[in-house]
Design a protein around this ligand. Structure first.
Ligand code: ADP
Length: 628
């Protein structure tokens, strides 16, 4: 018997497997089963054209056997089997493609990740075994051979006995260590759970003899061990069935079980694509955001299957961030062999699938928006912020892609509206999309500036989410219409005449306004008259890039030092009696004038929904003036 050497690349991989610190060692079973299934496929396809095979689909099986005493777990198949030469060629050399590059030592850790996510096939058995024996008889041959190895030192191939064609992989499970409990792989329940988890949709039955205690009939209190064969996998995955054959309840049950939700999904997307990318996908939009959705702990991704074998539970590359709320899976025929040799990020096929998946999700959302408005609004309540953030993120790289999926509550019926709807209702001559930001819709609606704009017959978008104004700003415009904050100093609604009159009033009272600013102090950037207010005496506006709401949002961000300041302008309604009062006080009683200025600033804060800086001082001042 000759001791044969592994090819050097294989030896390195084997070394890595044996010393693997990877915690997901359980995937070895998936790998061995998937090889067995491939081998059966090969013979099955042959049986379709070659009557001599003499087997029907139902005759093909994968059998798992556990021997606790010998510490072995075996996986047998009645597939094509391997000849002596095949054993040498297939199991002595790893990855013909060789894309796992082990020449560079620093790549080692990357290699471990690859194992974790995709496995590298047969050798993964060495993560849990100290000896692996493969007994195989090639279909059509009379002789069987045993391949055996205890690790990188080499392997042997010897003739042996085997009744029928096919392969049995016998894995001798390692002894337990302090940190690793390998014995779990000798437990029938654990193995059956692993098969359910990773190999449920392998399309040949995976059978195991289960031994369980059963009460002996007629003899009270007596039990005996009963052994019976059970098929552990369900074989036909829901997503491979035709849509017409699936009832909504089936989709719902599948979703809840697989994605641990207690509620039915809001929307199901079941799609099958052929052509450049061939895959089936079953995706769900949940009704509510998971509790950790808006935290950094949330992991996006779709489960990825190749020919029914689970490759990874969460393949992040399949979903863009803005659609990260989608749950589901993709099953592709294309990926199978390549993917186990490539890191996912580089896989062109996967990228192609991801692009078509994204398009599909988008078109489903567009359809929902058009045909099922209520449902879309429910969706948007749960995940709209994510879409808005998506439009803002990356300096607005995706804004055009997402802009028509966004909803903002509008002053028109106080209902969510798309930008398209807003623009379609614009008045003749209106060249801007007006918006106002604040804590709640009611508070925004009460903003003096808002009232003034609505009064002129314009519609205003009410922005209540922190992200809203950032999104709007990064978009800049929609269909050529600029977004304009109603609190913006440059809001241009007055006639030329009014503008001139206002300019004059501001110039004539420049000294008084300057004095008012001094009295209020750093809190305001300037004080001036306005004629755009109807009934309100005062309001707060801003100058420059940062609005009041943005100031709030930026300062609330994690890691912010709270130093962001909007440039606040206190505006006094020129047509209000208080304006006249201020002018006369400025001439007669400078001290009271200063107090009034402070009070007016506080009033403006209250009107715009801001807290006043010093409520005690405010109240003292009010009382002082009341008792005068
Ligand atoms: P992969 O399956 O990705 O090609 P593996 O290392 O898992 O890589 O297996 C190497 C090769 O060994 C397979 O391609 C196949 O030809 C052969 N092989 C493994 N297991 C079996 C089996 N149970 N029956 C027949 N051939 C097998």
């Amino acid at each position: 018997m000759k001791n044969r050497q592994f090819k050097s690349e294989s030896k390195k991989l084997l070394d890595m497997m044996i010393n693997s610190i990877y915690t997901n060692k359980e995937i070895f079973l998936r790998e061995i089963i998937s090889n067995a299934s491939d081998a059966i496929d090969k013979l099955y396809f042959r049986s379709l054209t070659d009557d001599k095979v003499g087997l029907k689909k139902k005759d093909f099986k994968i059998r798992i056997s556990i021997d606790k005493e010998k510490r072995t777990i075996s996986v047998s198949d009645n597939g094509c089997g391997m000849s002596e030469e095949d054993l040498d060629k297939n199991l002595g050399v790893i990855a013909k493609s060789g894309s796992l590059d082990f020449r560079n030592e620093t790549e080692k850790t990357k290699g471990v990740e690859v194992i974790g996510q995709f496995g590298v096939g047969f050798y993964s058995a060495f993560m849990v075994s100290d000896k692996v024996t493969v007994i195989s008889k090639a279909y059509g041959s009379d002789s069987a051979f045993a391949w055996e190895s205890s690790g990188p030192d080499g392997y042997t191939i010897t003739p042996c006995e085997k009744d029928s064609f096919g392969t049995t992989v016998i894995m001798h499970i390692k002894e337990d260590t302090e940190t690793e409990k390998y014995s779990e792989f000798l437990d029938q329940y654990r193995i059956s759970a692993l098969i359910k988890q990773y190999s449920d949709y392998i399309h040949h039955p995976i059978v195991m003899a289960f031994t369980e205690k059963k009460a002996v009939e007629g003899k009270d209190g007596e039990f005996e061990d009963i052994t019976e064969d059970r098929t552990l996998n369900s074989m036909t995955p829901l997503w491979k069935k035709a849509r017409a054959q699936i009832k909504p309840e089936q989709y719902n049950a599948f979703y809840k079980e697989k994605f641990f939700d207690f509620e039915d999904p809001l929307h199901v997307i079941h799609t099958s694509t052929e052509g450049q990318a061939t895959y089936k996908a079953l995706m769900f939009i949940p009704r509510h955001a998971p509790f950790d959705y808006y935290t950094k702990d949330f992991e996006k991704g779709l489960a990825l299957y190749c020919k029914g074998v689970l490759i990874t539970e969460k393949c992040a590359e399949l979903l863009p961030d803005y659609f990260s709320f989608v749950k589901g899976l993709v099953d592709s025929e294309d990926l199978s062999l390549n993917i186990s040799r490539e890191t996912l990020q580089q896989d062109a096929q996967l990228k192609l699938i991801a692009r078509t998946i994204e398009k599909k999700i988008k078109s489903e959302l567009e359809k929902m928006l058009k045909n099922e408005r209520e449902k879309y609004e429910e969706f948007f309540k749960a995940f709209g912020v994510q879409l808005k953030f998506g439009a803002y993120d990356n300096y607005g790289a995706n804004k055009d892609n997402l802009k028509d999926l966004l909803l903002f509550v509008s002053s028109f019926e106080k209902k969510p509206a798309t930008l398209k709807e807003y623009v379609s209702r614009m008045k003749e001559g209106q060249d801007a999309i007006y918006y106002a930001a604040g804590e709640t819709i009611d508070k925004i609606a009460m903003l003096p500036q808002c009232e003034a704009v609505i009064d002129k017959g314009f519609e205003v978008l009410y922005l209540t989410e922190n992200v809203d104004e950032f999104t709007i700003r990064i978009m800049g415009e929609y269909e050529g219409k600029k977004f304009v904050n109603v609190c913006d100093k440059n809001l241009d609604l007055e006639s030329e005449e009014d503008k001139k009159a206002l300019e004059k009033a501001n110039e004539e009272n420049a000294e008084m306004l300057k004095q008012a600013k001094e009295a209020i102090g750093e809190k305001v950037h300037s004080v001036r008259f306005t004629n755009s207010l109807k009934n309100h005496p005062v309001c707060l506006n801003t100058e420059g890039e940062i609005s009041l709401e943005m100031e709030k949002a930026l300062n609330a961000m994690p890691g912010s030092s709270g130093q962001v300041k909007a440039q606040i302008v206190l505006e006094i309604n020129e047509n209000h009696d208080i304006a006249k009062k201020m002018i006369s006080l400025f001439e007669k009683d400078k001290e009271t004038f200063s107090k009034y200025a402070k009070l007016l600033y506080d009033e403006a804060c209250l009107i715009s929904g801001r807290a006043i800086d010093d409520p005690a001082a405010h109240s003292a001042l009010v009382c002082e003036l009341m008792t005068k």
